[in-house]
Ligand binder design. Structure first.
Ligand SMILES: C[S@@+](CC[C@H](N)C(=O)[O-])C[C@H]1O[C@@H](n2cnc3c(N)ncnc32)[C@H](O)[C@@H]1O
Length: 222
């Protein structure tokens, strides 16, 4: 496990801008290895978010506590290069108090599975929050284990660009269908209003409307 994590994290690190950050969700089986390798490769761990599911499924074996949380590590590429954090928006989403590292958000809703089933599909609410916290409009976001591309859908709904990689063609087909689905502007608008974690229905759209847009400059590299 350590070797696999070292290999993919090195490959991803090479592609990151120096001020970029990485978010990694993992089960208890691999999150400790991830933490160790991040330190080894020179990343700086910024937070470990605990996503507390408000509606977890019961533990049928009755031999363990109910699994109701997932850990998500947030780290930046370089020890010394500052990262971006939208402190003000996160505070706004938390009733005008500093956003904590425990996020109470529901597990995935049925409307998010309209294009097929992925066994570990994440909710858009979690991905949208972490994207808005750590990126600016038009940012490039990479998910090397993209599955049904919740990261990409959240990125595109929030006016960010996206590249996803997966080894399973079936999951990439779900991803493509999800992307086609949000090319319909009405569907995209309704999704923006349904994503959880906001104080009111229109808050995400209003925030995106007000976000400063990037001015493109032409850059030629020879
Ligand atoms: C936890 S799932 C991602 C789920 C995704 N966040 C979503 O919301 O749909 C991890 C994905 O990584 C893919 N995967 C596992 N090993 C891989 C590898 N070596 N290269 C590319 N993809 C891989 C699996 O096919 C799976 O779809």
């Amino acid at each position: 496990m350590n070797n696999f994590n070292r290999r993919w994290l090195s490959l991803v690190r090479d592609k990151m801008k120096d001020n970029a950050t990485i978010w990694i969700s993992g089960s208890m089986h691999n999150i400790f290895s991830i933490g160790q390798i991040l330190n080894e490769l020179g990343f700086k761990i910024l937070n470990v978010i605990t996503w507390e599911k408000t509606n977890p499924p019961p533990n049928f074996s009755c031999r363990y506590f109910t699994y109701s949380t997932e850990q998500i590590i947030w780290a930046r590429k370089c020890e010394k290069v500052p990262h971006y954090y939208n402190y003000e928006l996160m505070k706004q989403l938390n009733g005008d108090k500093q956003m904590k590292d425990v996020w109470k958000l529901p597990a995935i809703a049925p409307w998010e599975k309209s294009c097929g089933k992925h066994p570990t599909q994440k909710p858009l609410s979690v991905l949208t929050r972490l994207i808005l916290a750590s990126t600016k409009p038009d940012a490039w976001i990479l998910d090397p284990f993209t599955g049904s591309s919740t990261t990409g859908i959240a990125a595109n709904l929030a006016n960010r660009r996206f590249l996803g990689v997966d080894q399973e063609i079936d999951f990439l087909n779900i991803s493509k269908n999800r992307k086609f689905e949000i090319e319909n502007k009405n569907i995209a608008a309704s999704f923006r209003q349904k994503i959880g974690g906001f104080n009111e229905k229109k808050e995400l759209e209003l925030f995106l409307f007000q976000e400063p847009k990037t001015e493109y400059k032409t850059e030629l590299n020879f």
